[in-house]
Design a protein around this ligand. Structure first.
Ligand code: ATP
Length: 259
């Protein structure tokens, strides 16, 4: 992205699972107050980028900077304390804890009780269903409600940067619309910068300001979302496939040269 000082900058990272190189020299940046999306087929390395930023994985090469300072090789809990919250794929809530307890876990670093109370009210405004289920174990919630709780728990840390991994996964179109509406509101109302990993390219491009396209661990294209939506390749391989993402992916993989 061309903007001044990014809040988050990833430069040339390489990350591995044992001997398997999952991302190969990826660079991207997120400007303060913006939403940036990373698109790509299954296994392209999207989740690995988020895990590398949040400290779950250490990159073998490259750099991760938050607010101009290196956060690479820092423990994940320290990265959370600095203001980066990660909502992993599969909405990992604590199933045996209640909704209320899950939210409290999200805010456990906070000391100002008034601010915590204000944030809880804001979250209930976003997701009134959570307020109705405060004393229910999180494992009993529907998939959509668990996604709402996972996002809310991350927001309870008052992050500056939110890393969202496939928030639409497995949700009905109506819930996808609701969740993406909230993502936009969190960005607009709270100024949280968001890095959004998604397979639902249409929703992601409609929601984000800027996008990166990942293929087999490499960035093959990046541009404003408005321009990506106009790109013939994006239309053919992502948007043209509409609901049939598997077919789109197969066609995507067949295309050997990108640029
Ligand atoms: P998806 O959309 O399916 O989640 P992705 O783009 O997020 O895919 P990653 O999960 O980052 O892709 O995976 C990138 C590569 O790393 C893939 O080849 C995957 O098989 C491999 N990989 C991911 N997790 C592991 C792991 N724990 N052990 C070994 N290889 C892994």
């Amino acid at each position: 992205m061309s903007d001044a000082q990014p809040i988050l900058k990833v430069s040339n990272i390489e990350s591995y699972y044992g001997p398997i190189m999952a991302i190969r020299g990826v660079s991207l940046s997120l400007s303060e107050g913006k939403i940036v999306t990373v698109l790509g087929a299954n296994g392209a390395g999207k989740t690995t980028i988020l895990k590398t930023i949040s400290g779950v994985l250490d990159p073998l090469k490259g750099a991760v900077e938050f607010e101009g300072k290196s956060v690479q090789r820092m423990d994940p809990d320290k990265i959370v304390r600095l203001g980066i919250s990660h909502v992993p794929e599969g909405r990992e809530v604590f199933p045996f804890l209640t909704v209320r307890e899950n939210l409290a876990m999200g805010g456990f670093l906070r000391t100002n009780r008034d601010e915590v109370a204000q944030d809880l009210e804001r979250i209930y405004g976003y997701f009134p269903r959570l307020k109705e289920r405060l004393d229910q174990p999180a494992g009993q919630l529907s998939g959509g409600e668990q996604q709402m709780l996972a996002i809310s728990r991350a927001l309870m840390n008052r992050p500056k940067v939110l890393l969202l991994d496939e928030p639409s996964l497995g949700l009905s179109p109506l819930l996808v619309k609701e969740i993406f509406g909230i993502i936009r509101r969190v960005n607009a109302e709270q100024g949280v910068s968001i890095l959004l990993v998604e397979q639902n390219a249409k929703k992601a491009l409609e929601t984000a300001d800027y996008g990166y396209v990942l293929e087999v661990g490499r960035v093959v294209m990046d541009d404003t979302c408005a321009r990506l939506m106009q790109s013939k390749d994006i239309q053919e391989f992502y948007l043209g496939a509409k609901e049939d993402s598997a077919r789109g992916e197969r066609r995507w993989k067949k295309k050997k040269t990108w640029r």
